[in-house]
Ligand binder design. Structure first.
Ligand SMILES: Nc1ncnc2c1ncn2[C@@H]1O[C@H](COP(=O)(O)OP(=O)(O)O)[C@@H](O)[C@H]1O
Ligand SMILES: [Mg+2]
Length: 312
């Protein structure tokens, strides 16, 4: 559905993006992660045919951005990171205005607009002025506008930024639903964990270079091969004793000693480690903490793909 080859954009002597290679299939929800200035917007605008690459190729459904921009625009819905709403238009008028621009008319247009208001859950605001909406509602209105012509491919530039936690959850659910509808979606963010749960593929871009391009389940599976425990005795003097007890245990693969606690890496096949706290307690170690270390997806992505730039 979306394929880019050596996609590159230069401004003067500096590269906004450099050699970006993507290959996304129908139904893929691709999390495009990177800090400000990394090149996310540039990449998406090129795929949306709003910006020409310096060199390289981008295809949408087999159409090249160089030769078939019109065809691509029909297939793509692009939601920019900032978009204006008009002060003197209601939500309904706003959507009708853009539907008309797509030459959707008459009853089809009324049906389509109503349907989109349902999809983004803004029906209750249909007669409100667009500039009175909250940030979350405005983002949802932007998404409704992007969906009007029923695009197969969605390019959503930081739709979660600036949203409060609740609006964030709503928008994430909405993205997930769109993915389930079979659309191919690129969604950008500068925060990996906020997308890792809903995306099936993730790319990490930094200074114009795509360092990581990976399948989320694959990364999670590889990270979870080893459960890591954080164990902290009540008294720091008991740290060496706890370490000694655990070091010889067949479930334990390795131990890293911190200032206050032990970081215990279990052997790959171990899922039940309930005997470990028992052993420690029986030996008289008073436990302050005994827990599984949280999965640091960002670190995991980086560690697993460091230098190799794994391709999908
Ligand atoms: N019109 C432009 N002229 C010069 N440099 C630009 C222009 N647009 C973007 N850039 C540069 O390209 C890089 C990537 O920008 P951008 O794609 O907007 O990043 P992101 O969306 O990840 O924040 C940045 O260093 C930015 O300064
Ligand atoms: Mg941007």
């Amino acid at each position: 559905m979306i394929k880019t080859i050596d996609l590159t954009k230069k401004y003067g002597d500096s590269f906004a993006i450099q050699g970006i290679e993507l290959d996304l299939q129908e139904g893929d929800l691709f999390g495009f992660i990177g800090p400000n200035g990394a090149g996310k917007t540039t990449t998406m605008r090129i795929i949306a045919t709003l910006l020409e690459p310096s060199w390289g190729e981008a295809y949408v459904c087999g159409y090249s951005v160089h030769t078939k921009p019109k065809e691509i625009r029909r297939l793509v819905g692009y939601m920019p990171d900032f978009f204006g709403v008009y002060d003197d238009m209601t939500v309904l008028e706003y959507l009708h205005f853009f539907a008309a621009a797509y030459r959707i008319n008459g009853q089809t247009r009324r049906d389509r607009v109503d349907e989109m208001l349902e999809v983004v859950d803004l029906n209750f605001k249909r007669d409100a002025y667009a500039n009175t909406l909250s940030r979350g509602q405005t983002q949802r209105l932007g998404l409704a506008r992007t969906l009007l012509h029923d695009p197969q491919v969605l390019l959503l530039d930081e739709p979660l930024s600036g949203l409060d936690p609740r609006a964030r959850i709503e928008m994430r659910n909405l993205l997930r639903r769109l993915g389930e509808m079979g659309k191919t979606i690129i969604v950008s963010s500068h925060i990996l964990p906020e997308l890792a749960d809903i995306c099936n593929k993730v790319g990490i871009i930094d200074r114009g270079v795509l360092n990581v391009n990976a399948d989320v389940d694959e990364v999670k599976r590889r990270v979870r091969e080893h459960v890591v425990l954080v164990i902290q005795p009540q008294k720091i003097e008991q740290l060496p004793q706890a370490e000694e007890i655990l070091a010889g245990h067949p479930s334990v693969r390795g131990i890293q000693r911190g200032d206050q606690s032990l970081r215990v890496i279990l052997a790959p096949e171990v899922v039940d480690y309930s005997d470990l706290p028992t052993l420690l307690i029986q030996a008289g170690v008073v436990l302050k903490q005994f827990r599984e270390e949280e999965l640091d997806l960002e670190a995991a992505f980086m560690a697993l793909t460091k230098g190799t730039s794994q391709r999908m």
